[in-house]
Design a protein around this ligand. Structure first.
Ligand SMILES: *Cc1c(COP(=O)(O)O)cnc(C)c1O
Ligand code: SF4
Length: 347
């Protein structure tokens, strides 16, 4: 199946899901009742990787009733991205880099998604990148542009080609990165045509989001090989998810696979405080213990554990936090003190 066929035949309803997976009562009820909160969407390819109810692929893509639980501290926009919009689709939270929301569409809607408030909603599509490009042209201090979404590789090759060309035509040179989960959820998207576009405007850095060795399939390996062969440095960002990948041997196996293919495990993120994700969060202590074990491996396979501080505080390495008897204390680059409890919830 081509990538477009995969998207056309994407699983979006309870009936379609029941046809390929034997659901638990909890999952069935969750699909029925939580649909309005965050849409369901799973490619046939990603569904084919699913095993029993505890399967890590299944837990990332099929909701459970735990998603209905909202705990204090969780919000719809935990990183305060909407407060940092400088032009339509463009978010600037750091002095030197900005994020461009390129497409609201994803191949699979991850249950832990930080941007679920807008992802999957066609009304969130940005009509024109003109104002964002004009803003970038006027801000040479911003020289690192992260294309994100949604999934930027949902764009057709020619649309992506035009956008990359426009970024390369800015008056100042920029680092271009594409944040995409397609190598994980829709690896057939990494076609020769796409690779030619990426190579033409290279180097285009590709930030992938592999979370578990179960996603390390021959198809995904081929996608990574093609990206690397096209001159794309590939970096992987994993989200640490309880019950999915919160143990060191699992992540070590994933990271070694990535390293063998030329991809660098870049970051291990704690799960953001987005609504309905408390079942995915581990304690910061546990996260640090896992990071410590991962960092005993080759430096090329040792990601940094990072927490994206609530309320737009920004990304900081957890090791930089101060472990007080009853809390964690972080200081943002602007000097703001952020205190978090054991689970990373503000106190
Ligand atoms: C994460 C992020 C970036 C990129 O930050 P790095 O730490 O360099 O990976 C840029 N802009 C926004 C808004 C982000 O959330
Ligand atoms: S691919 Fe990324 S943006 Fe899309 S649903 Fe998953 S986490 Fe969210």
């Amino acid at each position: 199946m081509t990538w477009r066929d995969q998207l056309r035949r994407s699983i979006r309803t309870l009936e379609q899901l029941e046809a390929v997976v034997e659901l638990t009562d909890d999952e069935r009820e969750a699909v029925r009742t939580l649909g309005s909160r965050f849409r369901l969407g799973i490619t046939p390819y990603y569904a084919s990787l699913m095993g029993g109810p505890d399967c890590p692929v299944r837990r990332q893509a099929i909701p459970t009733l735990a998603e209905a639980v909202l705990v204090p501290g969780e919000t719809s926009d935990p990183l305060a991205e909407d407060a940092h919009v400088v032009a339509p689709g463009l978010t600037r939270r750091y002095p030197d880099r900005a994020l461009l929301f390129v497409s609201p569409t994803c191949a699979v809607y991850c249950r832990h998604c930080t941007r679920r408030r807008k992802v999957g909603d066609p009304r969130e599509a940005v009509g024109s990148y003109g104002p964002a490009l004009a803003w970038l042209a006027a801000h040479p201090e911003v020289d690192d542009v992260l294309l994100s979404g949604g999934d930027p590789l949902t764009l057709a090759d020619d649309a992506l080609d035009r956008l990359l060309a426009a970024l390369r035509s800015l008056p100042h040179p920029v680092t271009i990165r594409i944040g995409t989960r397609h190598p994980v959820t829709l690896p057939m998207r990494i076609t020769e045509g796409l690779c030619a576009v990426l190579a033409r405007h290279g180097p285009v850095r590709v930030m992938t989001h592999f979370n578990h060795p179960r996603e390390a399939t021959p198809e995904a390996a081929e996608a990574l090989r093609r990206l690397v062969a096209s001159g794309c440095p590939v970096h992987n960002q994993t989200v640490l998810l309880a019950g999915v990948n919160d143990d060191a041997p699992t992540l070590l196996a994933l990271n070694r696979w990535l390293r063998h293919l030329g991809a660098t495990p870049y970051r291990l993120f704690t799960c953001d405080l987005v609504e309905g994700t408390s079942h995915f969060r581990t304690t910061l202590d546990r996260a640090l213990a896992i990071e410590r074990e991962l960092r005993r491996a080759s430096g090329l396979a040792a990601p940094e554990l990072v927490v994206d501080l609530p309320d737009g505080g920004g990304k900081v390495r957890v090791v930089e936090g101060e472990r007080l008897p009853d809390r964690w204390r972080f200081t943002t680059p602007e000097g703001r003190v952020v205190d978090l409890d054991a689970q990373g919830v503000p106190v």
